[in-house]
Design a binder for this molecule. Structure first.
Ligand SMILES: [Zn+2]
Length: 560
């Protein structure tokens, strides 16, 4: 009896435990994967003609999006290949469309069309009416369905054709700066024409409805989602991929980090890429899209390089963003920190509470895998002297360069340059970076983690004491030990031990000045935020993506 009662209590607890997660999840917390607009062809690369081909899915719906990305279909086709053209005289030769008259034989899709009077109540009615004419097609012009006939290169050809058809109540419409023409690829057969003025652009949604997750070829790459075509200032076609955020991140991740890397590192990168994207919406709004597909924003090439591993990293972090004090962060990352990251104010001058330098004990695990983990860069006195004068710091020959202040993580905060007249120039942050950046010679900092050696390649330079003065001889120099005991150097010789334990003699006394300075550094990039190789090393040690992100980004929260 007693046992049975306990059994039923346990049973009730079990049922409650099973039900609680369901009740605990409110519908408001469900992640609605937002749309994002990615420019695929824009600016100088905007197109006269843009082809699509079904990879997964059948045919297309032609229509437009409202501001909330609700799609209205105006026309559907089962053609697997279609081409969107700007409405201007366009020439077709050898399957290729062009704006100029090609050599050899060609056919033409002209910008002049016959438009019989009257509008139609539906696309179906316009299509039926258009079929009565050879070369007739339906058109959606500023909210109304019309029939249009033919594509002529000039007004009189269109007038003559209308007369031959016996039409009396019609107009001839010429090229519109906002119209686009849709053809069956490689032909002059017009499927549909669209002109929504400057406010409404043609959108193409692959597939006959939303039941199938479509994949579509555009210029050699395969994309999820739909496409939008804008003619900015009446120009060529700006082609935009309208895609869900998670599908977009799947097309970014393998370009930011190798899809063969450990899953937790990829997940950390996915959260960074997603956060960057959400924080950069409308970056290209003047061009009619949110983000471009190049390094200007994030490289995005659709599905081509995505794999099961990178897709799993995106799915495994779907809807997770990084925030600091409630606001999306700018998730800076770099290839390798060389042993420590750096605070933003020491690199770019602007303090960000979540970009705080940390000593990285993980990355060195995989140093042998990292290209350019160790780097050196040598500068002659003349190069640095020219550079500093070019930056507006008047100086004579630079004879000494040294790190005069380090950050808490051991990276150079300030570098001091001393010229032959004894003038000191101390530079930090971007100015320090710029002093070492001589693009014409291909010289620059590999990272923000380095030391400076080699006050001269030939002969000993002077020895400097801690008040900045030079001494030309070690004769009569005293040294202090850790207990404060002061001892005279036994001879004109002293030794120093560097960070790797190498011992070298200090050779003062020649009084010579140096003409070559060598920066010896580790790491690759700006040392801000996450080190990608550090993430790799942490994941190899068993850390999860959230632990990786919390290590490299200070006081951030992860969530929707
Ligand atoms: Zn961009």
């Amino acid at each position: 009896m007693k046992n049975r009662r306990w059994a039923s209590v346990f049973c009730a607890i079990l049922i409650l435990a099973l039900l609680l997660p369901l009740f605990g999840r409110s519908p408001a917390q469900a992640y609605s994967d937002p749309y994002i607009r990615i420019g695929l062809a824009y600016g100088n690369s905007a197109l006269v003609s843009a082809n699509l081909e079904n990879s997964v899915g059948t045919g297309y719906r032609l229509g437009y999006f409202d501001d909330a990305y609700n799609f209205t279909a105006l026309h559907t086709t089962y053609q697997s290949q279609l081409t969107v053209l700007k409405d201007s005289n366009t020439y077709l030769s050898g399957g290729t469309y062009s704006a100029s008259v090609p050599s050899g034989s060609y056919s033409c899709i002209g910008a002049y069309h016959i438009q019989p009077a009257g509008t139609y109540g539906s696309e179906a009615a316009a299509t039926v009416a258009a079929a009565a004419y050879n070369g007739g097609f339906p058109a959606w012009i500023n909210g109304a369905f019309h029939v249009r006939i033919g594509c002529y290169t000039n007004q009189s050809d269109a007038e003559n054709a209308a007369a031959a058809l016996g039409l009396t109540d019609y107009s001839v419409v010429g090229a519109s700066a906002t119209a686009v023409t849709v053809t069956q690829t490689g032909t002059t057969e017009v499927l549909f024409q669209f002109d929504g003025g400057t406010s409404t652009s043609l959108a193409v949604m692959p597939g006959q409805d939303d039941s199938e997750k479509t994949v579509t070829w555009f210029k050699g790459y395969r994309y999820y989602g739909g496409f939008q075509y804008k003619r900015l200032n009446g120009g060529n076609l700006t082609v935009i991929n309208v895609v869900r955020m998670e599908d977009y991140i799947k097309g970014v991740l393998p370009y930011e980090m190798s899809a063969s890397w450990p899953l937790e590192a990829l997940k950390a990168q996915a959260v960074s890429a997603r956060t960057f994207a959400a924080n950069s919406y409308y970056k290209h709004s003047s061009s009619g899209f949110d983000l471009c597909n190049s390094t200007c924003c994030q490289v995005y090439r659709g599905l081509n390089s995505a794999g099961a591993n990178s897709d799993a990293a995106v799915d495994g972090t779907a809807g997770v963003y990084m925030r600091y004090n409630g606001a999306l962060i700018t998730a800076y990352y770099h290839a390798s920190d060389g042993g420590a990251t750096e605070s933003s104010e020491n690199v770019w001058g602007t303090k960000l509470g979540y970009i705080v330098g940390v000593i990285d004990p993980y990355e060195a695990d995989v140093a042998d895998k990292i290209t350019r983990y160790h780097w050196t860069m040598s500068y002659t006195s003349a190069q640095l002297t020219n550079r500093l004068n070019g930056m507006g710091y008047t100086c004579s020959d630079i004879v000494r360069v040294y790190v005069s202040e380090y950050t808490p993580t051991g990276n150079p905060k300030t570098v001091t340059f001393v010229d032959s007249a004894g003038k000191s120039i101390s530079l930090s942050g971007t100015a320090m970076h710029n002093a070492f950046t001589i693009s014409s010679l291909g010289k620059g900092l590999g990272s923000y983690r380095f030391d400076i050696t080699g006050n001269g390649t030939g002969g000993g330079g002077p020895v400097y004491v801690n008040n900045g003065e030079q001494i030309s001889s070690l004769e009569g120099v005293y040294v202090a030990d850790g207990d404060g005991n002061v001892t005279a150097l036994p001879g004109n010789e002293a030794y120093v031990i560097d960070g790797s334990g190498s011992v070298s003699s200090v050779t003062a006394g020649s009084g010579g000045t140096s003409d070559t300075f060598t920066l010896i550094g580790s790491g690759s990039g700006h040392n801000l935020g996450m080190s990608q190789w550090g993430a790799y090393a942490m994941s190899k040690r068993g850390y999860t993506y959230d632990q990786i992100l919390h290590f490299y980004y200070t006081d951030v929260t992860l969530g929707a």
